[in-house]
Design a protein around this ligand. Structure first.
Ligand SMILES: C[S@@+](CC[C@H](N)C(=O)[O-])C[C@H]1O[C@@H](n2cnc3c(N)ncnc32)[C@H](O)[C@@H]1O
Length: 247
């Protein structure tokens, strides 16, 4: 996969997991530059299909909220809302804290916390985090966020949690795979796409393990890329299904 942006353009260090953004043992992160690239590709698809920003982004396997929060900082100027959900209550509580950083109030709270740590321990890592946090203010855009606990295969629950918000335009999700994270309750990619089709998500980007194969009648594949140990899938809502839903 070729990147549109160079590493130097992105404040990757300031967005490192566990620095300003919260993390806990067992929660995973996502490469910042790859996240940005996936958003840009999805946004250019939406634009080509006549849907200009701002967008409502949803991550239905958000873990600690790292990926969606990073995207909120980097591309919040093209967003109107961010929603995140996960089946794990522990992951959701971390995601709530990360989502809060996308508001100036939440980021200020984090900076006071970091200032206290600097005063108490005078560690280089805390000082670097404090400097990074101050830089992130420039990327803070009062984005409304909505974080909830849900099994993504429970289409009714997901729909009800999102019902009061503008419709979701795009999903970007790092789905469970590999040693650290597994699908719980037997959910898998087609079940996720069934849920997303039921709420009419136009563009879906999934990062999965390499080597898995799946498709879904509600979505057409618009791109498939390899990146290290991941396969990246870009789907757009199938016009056949969209037409059928309207009639
Ligand atoms: C690879 S992690 C996601 C990491 C996340 N993108 C981040 O940046 O922190 C996959 C997540 O999927 C969640 N998960 C597993 N089964 C699920 C299900 N049925 N519904 C929703 N989330 C699920 C796990 O709890 C885990 O947090």
């Amino acid at each position: 996969m070729k990147f549109a942006y160079s590493r130097a353009d992105l404040p990757s260090e300031d967005l490192a997991s566990g620095r300003v953004l919260f993390s806990r043992p067992g929660l995973t992160a996502f490469p910042v530059r790859l996240a940005s690239e996936l958003f840009l590709r999805a946004a250019s698809h939406l634009l080509r299909e006549g849907r200009p920003p701002p967008y409502h982004l949803y991550d239905p396997t958000c873990g600690g909220g790292y990926l969606a929060t990073v995207l909120g900082f980097l591309h919040g100027d093209q967003m109107r809302n961010i929603s995140m959900s996960d089946i794990s209550a522990e992951a959701v509580s971390n995601a709530v804290k990360n989502a809060d950083l996308l508001t100036p109030e939440g980021l200020s709270r984090r900076l006071s916390e970091l200032s206290n740590l600097v005063a108490q321990y005078d560690r280089q890592s805390h000082r670097a985090a404090l400097r990074g946090g101050n830089k992130l203010f420039a990327l803070c855009r009062h984005l409304p966020t909505n974080v909830f606990q849900a099994d993504v295969a429970d289409a009714n629950l997901v729909a009800s949690k999102l019902a009061a918000l503008p419709s979701v335009d795009l999903v970007i999700a790092d789905v469970p795979y590999g040693k650290q994270e597994h699908w719980r309750t037997g959910s898998h990619e087609p079940a996720l796409l069934t849920s997303l089709a039921s709420i009419n998500v136009a563009v879906v980007v999934l990062a999965t393990a390499k080597g898995i194969k799946f498709d879904h009648p509600g979505y057409e594949r618009a791109g498939k890329y390899r990146h290290g140990h991941r396969t990246l899938w870009l789907f757009r809502k199938s016009t056949l299904t969209a037409g059928a839903a309207k009639s």
